[in-house]
Design a protein around this ligand. Sequence first.
Ligand code: ADP
Ligand code: ADP
Length: 239
Amino acid sequence: LIPAIRVKNLNFYYNTQKVLEGVSMDIYQSKVTAIIGPSGCGKSTFLKCLNRMIELEGEVKIEGKVEFFNQNIYERRINLNRLRRQVSMILSKPNLFPMSIYDNVAYGVKIVGWRPKVELDEIVEFAIKDADLWDEVKNKLHKSALELSGGQQQRLCIARALAVKPKVLLMDEPCFGLDAIASMKVETLIQSLRLRSELTMVIISHNLQQVTRVSDFTAFFYSNENRVGQMVEFGVTKK
Ligand code: ADP
Ligand code: ADP
């Protein structure tokens, strides 16, 4: 087991209010780690600390270390855009751009660097295939992404992330608000990514059966008596 991300004694504050205390955790490469715990105990906050998206939330303070393949991501010289491409995040509500299906997936790739059209077409196609969405959208790549169903939008968000070849995919309740079938399709996609790639995944889920099905490790978070979130247990997911 090789840690892709090592969290060491993380404390986190919104303004001056402490929300997380003393969290230490290894997130293993090519494995799926599930994070579970009651609402408000800091799971989302923790996830956003892993790629510094937490700094988009406003006045925050972080103590401790988060290392991504041995580099402390809170060093000043880190390239934030690069970090957020390598440690990519899927939110519970699909956050597609009001653009075509194609342009959404191509967006991140274009930021990284110019590519000839044929190459871009190929990257977009492969990413959408990787996200198990190709058959559903191949005839309407130039239609607005916002016309897709909720479950399709979520898989397109995953395609958009995969197009730039992340090392880690952070997922904050990716099935939130989806009906049973759409939710199962997202879960099946997570399973297929798990089985055939080097991708490391972290998933927050309230669905314990889903956690049992998709994860290798489970971390339990809980708020202590001062309403500060802590990781109270970590281990191999019980099957
Ligand atoms: P969970 O994901 O476990 O439901 P969160 O990480 O969303 O928990 O929230 C942890 C705590 O931080 C909660 O008390 C929440 O109200 C607070 N919180 C979340 N986001 C912010 C924010 N942007 N500013 C201030 N407090 C926040
Ligand atoms: P802001 O909304 O503060 O201008 P951004 O434009 O960077 O911030 O982000 C817009 C939205 O996209 C936000 O909801 C943010 O959480 C989300 N976001 C930013 N970077 C990423 C990323 N690497 N992966 C997933 N979502 C992201």
